[in-house]
Design a protein around this ligand. Structure first.
Ligand SMILES: Nc1ncnc2c1ncn2[C@@H]1O[C@H](C[S@+](CC[C@H]([NH3+])C(=O)[O-])CC(=O)[O-])[C@@H](O)[C@H]1O
Length: 347
């Protein structure tokens, strides 16, 4: 099904990269690969659900939007929804479940309103990270592993010039497109330049050119522990930054000293793709070894079952099911329960 929202998003992404490429040859590499990156996800053979997700996005109603609040903990699209628009949008958004990263609201407090109560209170993570960032105003930002795009929208809400989210998940890509459908022109108008600011490329970090040097700030939140080669991940992140640019790295950590690293033998909190959980001291050492400077840890937080939980929009098991019911300081495999640190470093 022809999808105006996605076609428009792709066009804006092309125009943005074209403008960059006119000034920086490195952006030309991105431009060359963009057709492949965008078309891969339409390949039914590899992404069986893609046509269904696209059809859901395509059938979302066109609402009359009063305003959009990208700088709100609940990312809010203030709009008036008729009863039939409310029912239609709710049903279509539910076809894009599970919704993990948010929350989002579509509607307003007086009338019909859809509250996408996501598994994660991603706003809490943003509250822990945002105070320590070099101001995002006017910066080019890359959000690696950006999920539904919730944090990417918040980065735009904080005044970024451009945000590019990358994530290989076909579902999360379409969740982003669903929200973008409602955000619409507000993304461009807030900028004052008429160009849209928030973009999504459905690829993993590994697909990007090695040494793009296109971004002032690069975020990698919740991705490092999924990587088998953490140093390759750090090098690749570094290659995306301009000289003097800022890396924001958030990942699972454990207590311990400079040589403490946990490699879960099998699963960790039921996840079968978790590799390296360093201590904060070890992680600082890794970043320095990878060539970053001014490395500092700005936050450490144990993940609570209020922050990550089952909801109407994510009905599978969640954190409470992955912890030892007799001792919530441990995962059901007996490892320390999830604790996350945020580190900031300069290239
Ligand atoms: N190689 C990769 N390259 C890019 N993305 C990847 C890769 N591998 C997995 N992902 C993506 O990284 C995200 C990890 S979630 C963090 C979301 C958000 N950042 C958050 O901080 O809430 C983990 C968590 O639950 O915290 C998923 O969306 C994957 O598809």
């Amino acid at each position: 099904m022809l999808n105006d929202t996605i076609i428009h998003a792709e066009r804006e992404l092309y125009l943005t990269l074209l403008a960059w490429a006119q000034q920086q040859p490195n952006a030309y590499e991105w431009l060359k690969q963009l057709p492949t990156w965008l078309n891969d996800i339409k390949d039914k053979a590899n992404y069986a659900h893609a046509p269904g997700y696209q059809a859901s996005v395509a059938r979302l109603p066109n609402l009359i939007v009063d305003n959009v609040q990208l700088d709100n903990d609940t990312l809010t699209i203030n709009a008036t929804l008729t009863d039939s628009e409310y029912k239609q949008a709710t049903a279509l958004l539910k076809q894009l479940m599970p919704w993990r990263k948010g929350p989002f609201q579509i509607g307003n407090d007086e009338g019909n309103s859809i509250f996408i109560d996501t598994e994660w209170h991603s706003d809490w993570k943003w509250q822990r990270v945002a105070p320590y960032l070099s101001p995002l105003k006017g910066r080019r930002v890359l959000d690696v592993g950006g999920g539904s795009g919730y944090h990417g929208w918040r980065m735009a809400g904080a005044g970024a010039d451009t945000v590019i989210i990358i994530d290989p998940s076909c579902l999360f890509y379409h969740q982003f497109m669903a929200i973008r459908h409602f955000v619409g022109r507000a993304d461009a108008d807030a900028h004052g330049k008429g160009r849209y600011r928030t973009h999504y490329i459905p690829v993993p970090l590994e697909a990007l050119p090695e040494n793009s040097q296109l971004f002032d700030t690069v975020f990698s939140m919740g991705v490092l522990y999924h990587r088998q080669s953490p140093f390759e991940h750090l090098q690749k992140l570094k290659g995306q930054l301009v000289k003097g640019g800022e890396l924001v790295l958030e990942t699972l950590v454990i207590d311990g000293g400079a040589n403490t690293v946990l490699v879960p033998h099998d699963r960790y909190a039921q996840m079968n793709n978790v590799y390296f959980l360093p201590s904060v001291a070890a992680l600082i050492g890794w970043l320095e070894k990878a060539g970053f400077s001014e490395v500092r840890c700005v936050d450490v937080a144990v993940t609570s079952t209020d922050e990550q939980r089952k909801t109407e929009w994510m009905t599978y098991h969640s954190l409470a099911d992955f912890l030892d019911s007799n001792d919530p300081t441990k995962t059901i495999e007996g490892y320390p329960a999830p604790m996350r640190a945020t580190l900031i470093a300069k290239k």
